[in-house]
Write a protein that binds this ligand. Structure first.
Ligand SMILES: [Zn+2]
Length: 342
């Protein structure tokens, strides 16, 4: 089958387009004909190499996959061949207490598609039958591919961890990122007032269309000062963090008394400082969050199917141009998801 894979870690130049063996579905598995696969920052990290993480080579990247069920393995009767599906980006053992309670990402055997197992930069992929979720024809494959990882992560962060409530105010960093564009919509759907940041006014105009109320261009203003101004000195109830040290101190300073910060990422680096006096005097809470569970993904897919949330696609690239797609992601010049079509 045609695939884009890496044989060593490095820059975008290590992405090779070529032939890989077509995988056969085993017992309980299905083979999906991939139609679209969205990029995530994870793809760039896996491509570059992560300290202490061994990736078997050659390796196929890609966590966000939409396609059609093409072949059923032994013991599988559904979904039927021909069903349009997305693939759950995170895969647990399905047997442990964490998988059983819906906290799949805490499973000891938790794997992410395209991270420690082959992903969707290919014509075909094989997964367990329980790891595909049928989708409606409301959106095209490239739009469905733009949804699983970011909406699942945003749901787990805002609903399960930070318990964002109607009438509360939330600061969502980086409106133009895939996760930012998902979080703005979800927070708005939950009835919260959304303040967001971006580096250009063009991105902020798009964020407004997604439902953001407070718009901050971080190139021209200090976001903490702006949050204080917009909330009349009170601060926000929740900060949706995924940037890390570049925004961390300002994020904590943007919280109201009893505020909650929830974080899922560290794009600007892994270490950040906390002034403990500030943490305890204002009685703040900090939540870590890592993807989410299958039950949450099904809930969020239902909201998408109902049109309450919408995929945000920035641009499409044919699989052969995966290198250009990676360069686009590194340029930060995008709004929403960059998607490969196959
Ligand atoms: Zn498990």
């Amino acid at each position: 089958m045609k695939a884009v894979f890496i044989s060593r870690h490095g820059g975008a130049e290590v992405l090779e387009c070529g032939e890989r063996p077509r995988p056969e579905p085993g017992k309980g598995e299905v083979r999906v004909r991939v139609k679209a696969c969205a990029l995530n920052h994870l793809d760039l990290w896996v491509r570059a190499g992560l300290p202490g993480v061994e990736i078997p080579m050659p390796h196929i990247l890609g966590s966000d996959i939409a396609g059609i069920v093409e072949k059923l393995g032994k013991g599988v009767s559904r979904p039927k061949v021909g069903t349009p599906v997305i693939i759950t980006p995170g895969i647990g053992c399905g047997k442990c207490k964490h998988c059983g309670s819906g906290w799949t990402s805490l499973c000891d055997q938790f794997m992410i598609m395209g991270f420690r197992r082959d992903g969707g930069y290919a014509e075909y992929v094989v997964v367990g039958a329980k790891n595909v979720i049928p989708v409606s024809t409301r959106y095209r494959f490239e739009e469905w591919a733009a949804t699983p990882l970011v909406f699942l992560t945003a749901y787990h962060m805002l609903v399960t961890r930070a318990a964002l409530k109607k009438g509360e105010t939330v600061l969502v960093h980086a409106a133009g990122s895939g996760i930012g564009s998902a979080a703005i919509q979800l927070a708005k759907t939950l009835g919260a007032k959304v303040i967001t940041t971006a580096g250009t006014d063009e991105k902020l105009a798009k964020a407004k269309k997604l439902g953001a109320w407070g718009l901050i261009n971080y190139q021209h203003a200090n976001f903490t000062d702006e949050v204080k101004r917009l909330t009349k000195g009170r601060g926000v109830d929740v900060v949706f963090e995924h940037i890390g040290p570049a925004t961390w101190t300002g994020s904590l300073a943007s919280l109201a008394k009893k505020g909650r910060l929830v974080t899922c990422g560290a794009t600007s680096g892994p270490k950040a400082e906390i002034d403990l006096r500030f943490l305890y005097m204002k009685q703040l809470s900090i939540f870590g969050s890592y993807m989410g569970g299958d039950g949450e993904l099904r809930k969020v897919m239902r909201l998408l199917s109902l049109g309450k949330l919408k995929p945000v696609v920035d641009s499409l690239f044919p699989l052969e141009q995966a290198r250009s797609a990676h360069e686009k992601m590194e340029s930060r010049d995008f709004f929403g998801k960059i998607v490969l079509t196959i």
